[in-house]
Design a protein around this ligand. Structure first.
Ligand code: SER
Length: 877
């Protein structure tokens, strides 16, 4: 069964059981501070489980892009080394939000696997949670008894919390689970050793394929388990492993999910998969890693040096190094896999197809830059290895040097160390890292307490599209410590405060009750909660507050948000349809818009974009805001959706002229475009490979910008004494200046020549040596140097000190011919330093030529006298 069909059958099966098929959430997480990437199918439903939000549909199913390379679920080290772990994989899932529970979940899983996919029952095993004393949890007898009706009891295995109690992270929704494992070994192998013994033993052919989680608890920050108001089902089946089972393969990489990629790698490296362990691992790593990188980039996460971006960079560098060392790739190669990859996902994940060129560009650039340092880094590592002698540990400092100078992520250094039977002092590395971090003052740790709930309420009402004030009650709050400073976060039952999202900054304002005013300094989202940041808690918490948004800031901000939509549409018209939004910031001062485009915009393009946007502003287009539009309908209207953005089933559509700008957007906007007043681009530049950035201003900021430019022009006009044509006046000034400069230069030369002739008459002979000590006036330091060298070339035994007044600044030049430096042991550098004291300055140079500058012009006379004394003493013998 082709993998495409396997996926389809799964979704159809659950659709048949009353489930709504929903799209995968983006791979890159937003609004969840506990996660960087989606690591499980249930992440996007976390709020339903916790009871923060009510699910519109009680049963849903999907295939979810997951990445397990950071945090609690991290498989990176295994990937490629084994044949069944991945960085990015698809998780097929079905969910019940307070609807069906264990009985149906188990029954349907069994039906799908054995009736639809027809997996042999005698190859299946199931595990059930045995209970845990520390958490006060009992053996899951309910699941056990249900399983008994489908499968022989000897195939049911009781397992511990480690394997059978599923948690998303350190805290959050969790519950006991029941896993389905399959034994894919040959009959002979099975005859030798029963499959039951190999379950949960990391055997590559006796593996878990499906996990049925019965979500019932919330793990608090304190570690305590709190029962959730309702019970839910969260199942996740590894798509690639299922493909292996159904296609009769022994490795995920032998399925049609990975083979097309492996074939490209075989061709490019002229090596065959299946010949040596090392090249096999390298091909598996590359085939796996390109998926993680490509999907992350498609969802808006570019490689970078921190956070989620660094995870992507690390993954790509790991692959590049495997390719370099074991497949002999010396040029970027990963990006070439995009062709096959995007084709594989046509009709499943359109973001890869429509952004193929962009992703290729990003990956290529990233590979090329790492390849520049990789070879040197590997050589350095080789050298380090040879010098280790007895010790088998690469110390933290060295690992840090590899990181800092050669761009080797720690896990790459550790991996290479392991390949060589060595290890890395990871703690030492972290210490070095901390030293660097505190040098750049980045270290800010945020500690959050548990929410303290004052009122049970499912959903928070956002009023901010229609009003900027309301009465509100606090439903929960918590204490947060950042950089040792205590702050509080508050959730209100209803709020006019817009929480930062879609690039638009959060509202600020205040809460007022009983004569006490509490400033709200920011508003952010945490999943679907609207969290207000305050510096102090109200004295009385359980009262009605007047919550008031800072109106001016909000209005200026929404000018910029609406202008961003007008800009986005204008860019597509002027530059082409390849323009995709890659980032956006909208605040009360400016808008910043990042988008995919491969070359610098010309002046003409910038002007056309500005003109188009201003035209739309003047048209005073009335905002058409539609809330709760079914997503399908919004797409029919041609609404622009952003990749990497999570959209629910119902969306908000913002239209400024249906033929111009239609976007899915949760932000706040102007009622009519005329309010924006004026739009002005202030800069255009590059931020990353294939990504351009425009910064622009609107309304009063645009006015201020234009005013500033105009007043600058006025000032110039004044300086130029009000010419008729200011440009012409400036041009002739520049030309005049060039001509004058030439004239001045020849005059200087003349002056120097005259001076030289005069100075030659001033040379005296002392003890058979030519001596010249003189005060002079010269136009530039350059002229002094030139003159010194010209004089020097005329005498073989020469001692010269010129004390020069250069446009009011004292400067000394000392020349001592080579012959004299040797004979008399004289050194121009030393002499000049001594003389410079007289002009309150310093300098230096070589033994035969040195200069010094100073502050005291009056001192030049003393320089001459001192030089005279020196010469009399030094040349006397
Ligand atoms: N949340 C569970 C897992 O990720 C099942 O979906 O394994």
């Amino acid at each position: 069964m082709e993998s495409k069909l396997i996926r389809k059958k799964f979704l159809e099966f659950f659709e048949g059981k009353g489930h709504q098929v929903v799209p995968s959430a983006p791979l890159v997480m937003k609004n969840d501070p506990t996660l960087m990437f989606t690591n499980a199918g249930m992440n996007q439903f976390k709020d339903y489980f916790l009871g923060n939000k009510e699910a519109q549909e009680k049963r849903v199913t999907d295939t979810q892009k997951c990445l397990r390379v950071s945090g609690k679920h991290n498989d990176l080290e295994e990937v490629g080394i084994d044949t069944y772990h991945h960085t990015m994989f698809e998780m097929l899932g079905n969910w019940s939000f307070g609807d069906y529970f264990k009985k149906e979940a188990i029954a349907w899983a069994w039906e799908l696997l054995t009736d639809v996919y027809k997996l042999p029952k005698d190859r299946l095993y199931v595990t059930v949670f045995e209970g845990d004393k520390a958490d006060g949890l009992e053996f899951d007898r309910e699941a056990y008894d249900i399983w008994k009706t489908y499968i022989e009891e000897e195939r049911i295995i009781k397992a511990s919390k480690e394997d059978n109690f599923w948690e998303m992270g350190d805290h959050g929704p969790c519950g006991p689970c029941s896993e389905i494992h399959i034994d894919l070994r040959t009959e002979e192998q099975i005859a030798q050793k029963g499959g039951k013994e190999l379950v949960n033993q990391d055997h590559p052919q006796v593996i878990e394929i499906w996990n049925l989680v019965f979500i019932q608890y919330n793990r608090m920050v304190s570690g305590e388990l709190k029962s959730l108001p309702e019970k839910h089902v969260d199942t996740g089946m590894g798509f690639e492993r299922l493909a292996m089972a159904l296609q009769g393969k022994m490795s995920n990489y032998d399925t049609d999910v990975f083979q097309p990629l492996i074939q490209v790698l075989e061709k490019a490296s002229s090596k065959k998969y299946g010949q040596t362990e090392q090249t096999d691992i390298a091909m598996r790593v590359c085939a796996d890693h390109i998926r993680a990188v490509a999907f992350a980039v498609a969802d808006g996460q570019l490689p970078s040096n921190t956070g989620a971006g660094y995870v992507i960079r690390r993954i790509l560098r790991r692959a590049v190094r495997y390719g370099y060392t074991f497949l002999n790739f010396r040029e970027p190669f990963m990006y070439t896999l995009l062709e096959v990859l995007s084709e594989q996902f046509t009709g499943v994940f359109p973001e890869l197809v429509s952004q193929k060129e962009f992703i290729k560009k990003v990956v290529h650039e990233e590979e090329a830059s790492f390849l520049k340092t990789l070879e040197h880094g590997l050589k350095r590592l080789e050298h380090i290895k040879e010098n280790l002698k007895e010790s088998k540990v690469i110390d933290g400092k060295t690992a840090f040097e590899l990181y800092d100078t050669f761009g080797f992520p720690l896990d790459l250094t550790s991996l290479i160390a392991r390949e060589n039977g060595l290890s890395v002092d990871e703690q030492g590395f972290e210490q070095e890292m901390q030293v660097q971090k505190s040098r750049s003052k980045h270290a800010a740790t945020v500690e959050k307490g548990d929410w303290i709930v004052l009122q049970d309420q499912e959903e928070v009402e956002f009023l901010g599209y229609d009003q900027l004030q309301s009465t509100s009650q606090i439903i929960k709050y918590r204490e947060v410590t950042e950089k040792k400073k205590k702050q509080y976060q508050i959730v209100l039952d209803r709020t006019p405060f817009y929480a930062e999202s879609g690039g638009q900054v959060g509202d600020s304002g205040y809460l007022e009750a009983n004569g006490q005013k509490i400033q709200v300094i920011d508003t952010k989202k945490e999943n679907d909660l609207i969290v207000h940041f305050v510096t102090e808690l109200p004295k009385k918490l359980d009262v009605a507050f007047e919550s008031v948004v800072n109106e001016r800031k909000r209005l200026l901000t929404q000018n910029n948000h609406s202008a961003t939509h007008l800009l986005h549409a204008a860019l597509k018209q002027v530059l082409g349809d390849h323009v995709q939004q890659k980032g956006s910031l909208v605040n009360d001062k400016l808008l910043r818009f990042d988008f995919s485009h491969f070359s610098k915009m010309t002046e003409e393009e910038i002007r056309r974009v500005e003109q188009l946007v201003n035209e739309k502003i003047r048209e005073n287009i009335i905002l058409d805001e539609q809330r709760n539009v079914p997503i399908e309908k919004a797409k029919e209207q041609g609404a622009t959706a952003l990749f990497g953005e999570k959209y629910g089933e119902f969306v908000r559509v913002i239209t400024f002229d249906p033929n111009y700008s239609v976007e899915l957007c949760g932000g706040t906007h102007v009622q009519a475009t005329g309010v924006i007043g004026l739009f002005k681009i202030v800069s255009e530049g590059s931020v990353a490979a294939g990504v351009r950035r425009i910064e622009a201003v609107t309304a009063i900021e645009a006015e201020a910008y234009v005013e500033k430019q105009a007043s600058l022009l006025n000032d110039l006009r004044e300086v130029l004494k009000h010419p008729k044509d200011i440009k012409k006046a400036l041009e002739s000034l520049v030309i005049e200046r060039q001509e004058l400069a030439k004239e001045v230069e020849s005059l200087h030369q003349e002056q120097v020549n005259k001076l030289k002739t005069y100075l030659k008459t001033r040379v005296t002979v002392l003890h058979g040596r030519n001596v010249l000590i003189e005060k002079v006036k010269l136009p530039s330091a350059e002229a002094l140097k030139k003159l010194s060298f010209e004089l020097k070339s005329q005498y073989s035994s020469f001692f010269m000190v010129l004390a020069a007044d250069i446009k009011g600044k004292p400067q000394i030049s000392v020349v001592i011919s080579e012959e004299l430096t040797k004979e008399a042991g004289l050194n121009a550098g030393k002499v000049v330093r001594e003389l410079a004291k007289e002009i309150k300055g310093g300098g230096g140079g070589q033994p035969f030529f040195a200069t010094a500058g100073g502050k005291d012009l009056e001192g030049l006379q003393k320089v001459v006298e001192k030089a005279d004394d020196m010469v009399n003493v030094e040349l006397a013998h």
